[in-house]
Design a protein around this ligand. Structure first.
Ligand SMILES: [Zn+2]
Length: 154
């Protein structure tokens, strides 16, 4: 099965973030709208996710009109419409901010970029190939994983 890729409309920034955290390639550019957004999604083979009924007319066959308010309802709709499932081993492999891929980084390479306590004590580090943000396992990552299991599990 080819992996589903998404393009989120300007109203769906939070949804894009959670899709990325779950490991999905989800583009989000609030400056794109209407035909430009629909065209980009089509060119890149992405499913266009939108709350705007007018936009569905501009899109190709790959479009999902979301009615839900809030990320939880939107993900429920997506799971129903596209039989979307998320694999826990793909959680937290993608930057929630810019959609870039995360790659392992050496402690020395990121020491100056994270809080001093984290630089010493974190078990490992991941760095975004897109924006350079550094991620590390910790209580925040654990909370995100739990939330992803709620959103995508069951
Ligand atoms: Zn990034």
């Amino acid at each position: 099965m080819t992996e589903l890729r998404f393009a989120c409309d300007a109203m769906l920034g939070r949804l894009a973030g959670w899709l990325r955290l779950a490991g999905f390639d989800a583009s989000f550019d609030a400056s794109l709208a209407g035909p430009a957004l629909a065209g980009r999604a089509r060119e890149e083979g992405r499913w266009l996710l939108t709350c705007d009924r007018r936009l569905t007319a501009l899109a190709g066959p790959r479009v999902v009109l979301l009615h839900g308010a809030g990320v939880e309802a939107q993900i429920r709709e997506l799971r129903r419409r596209l039989s979307l499932t998320a694999a826990p081993e793909r959680f937290l492999v993608r930057c929630s901010v810019c959609n870039g891929d995360l790659a392992p980084a050496a402690r020395e390479a990121v020491a100056g970029l994270v809080p001093p306590y984290v630089a010493v004590h974190a078990a490992r580090f991941l760095r975004c190939a897109g924006c350079g943000r550094v991620y590390w396992p910790g209580s925040h990552a654990a909370a995100i994983t739990r939330r992803l299991q709620e959103l995508f599990g069951g």
